[in-house]
Design a binder for this molecule. Structure first.
Ligand code: GLN
Length: 311
């Protein structure tokens, strides 16, 4: 490819060194105790190519809570099952609001703006459950992540899942509000339980950079050598990541990084370079929009230093 001259390993090592003075800036998510105890100085980065090589640096092998990054993979599963009919119940427009905002739902008759805010993700999870059956929704997602990353050991952290449920009243409010408009069609407690569990899935940046490869490779997973999604869907998931992947900071992320990306409040971010690969970063402290502070900075450097910016 035209990136053949890049020393990816050196790039990751340099980022790891240069990021040190920035670690600890921002605020670790503290809405649940299990996330509040994350090490604010942790930092990991991994880059996987569609040829199947993975480069890593820092805390690349530490499993952390993927949180809203799960919304990307669940969306791929839902699109495979439901196809374009999904868009009747969830939009694909940037929200301009925070990830757990409820304000827009009333104006738009309970239909969330996009699949990457919590309300939209609950619709996506409800859709997967309607195709797989109650308890099988989370298993379907885990099977997708295990296949696409090649790691059969990926699991839900049960302590975090319980914590999500214990502090999940905002998500419950979103779900029942949507149900009152007829937007959710499955049993709400099961949808919520599945959502809490998907947020609590634990992966390392190495795993995430592999799992996201199908989005850079038109649906083909280079790890299992199988099509895990179709190419029209992956283009569309990438488009939604670009416009909605960082909530009301999606514009800032596009400006600074120039890649389709998705963040989670565990401090992880994945970014897709179509035809090239997937990069994942992790640093727990967040900016005020709930996106990793140092993670965003690292991706900004990664795109500037390698020239992978989509634009
Ligand atoms: N578990 C979090 C929530 O539902 C996920 C949000 C996120 O990662 N942005 O509030």
């Amino acid at each position: 490819s035209s990136f053949g001259h890049i020393d990816w390993q050196q790039t990751l090592d340099d980022i790891c060194t240069d990021i040190l003075p920035h670690l600890g800036k921002g605020q670790v998510a503290d809405y649940i105790p299990a996330l509040a105890s994350a090490n604010p100085k942790a930092f990991g980065i991994a880059f996987s190519t569609i040829e199947g090589t993975t480069y890593t640096a820092g805390d690349w092998n530490t499993a952390f809570s993927i949180q809203s990054i799960s919304k990307v993979f669940m969306l791929s599963v839902a699109l495979a099952e439901e196809g374009e009919k999904l868009w009747r119940r969830v939009g694909r427009e940037p929200s301009g609001s925070s990830f757990n905002s409820i304000v827009q739902l009333e104006r738009e008759h309970g239909r969330p703006r996009n699949p990457f805010i919590n309300a939209g993700a609950l619709v996506v999870t409800d859709t997967v459950i309607s195709h797989c059956g109650d308890e099988a929704g989370i298993d379907r997602l885990l099977a997708f992540l295990r296949e696409s990353s090649g790691d059969q050991a990926i699991v839900v952290d049960e302590k975090i899942a319980r914590s999500e449920a214990a502090y999940g009243d905002r998500n419950r409010a979103l779900a029942y509000f949507m149900k009152s408009f007829g937007i959710l069609r499955e049993d709400v407690p099961i949808t919520l339980e599945t959502y809490f569990r998907q947020c609590a899935i634990e992966m390392s940046v190495a795993n995430l950079s592999k799992a996201g490869l199908y989005l850079a490779a038109e649906g083909l997973c280079p790890i299992s050598n199988r099509a895990v999604a179709n190419d029209a869907h992956t283009n569309r998931v990438n488009a939604i990541m670009m416009l909605c992947g960082h909530y009301d900071r999606s514009g800032d992320f596009a400006y600074r990084v120039g890649l389709a990306g998705k963040s989670g409040v565990g401090g992880g971010i994945i970014a897709i370079i179509p035809g090239v690969g997937c990069v994942a970063v992790w640093s727990p402290p967040l900016n005020d929009a709930g996106n990793s502070y140092a993670g965003t900075l690292a991706l900004e450097w990664f795109s500037h230093r390698t020239g992978v910016n989509l634009f």
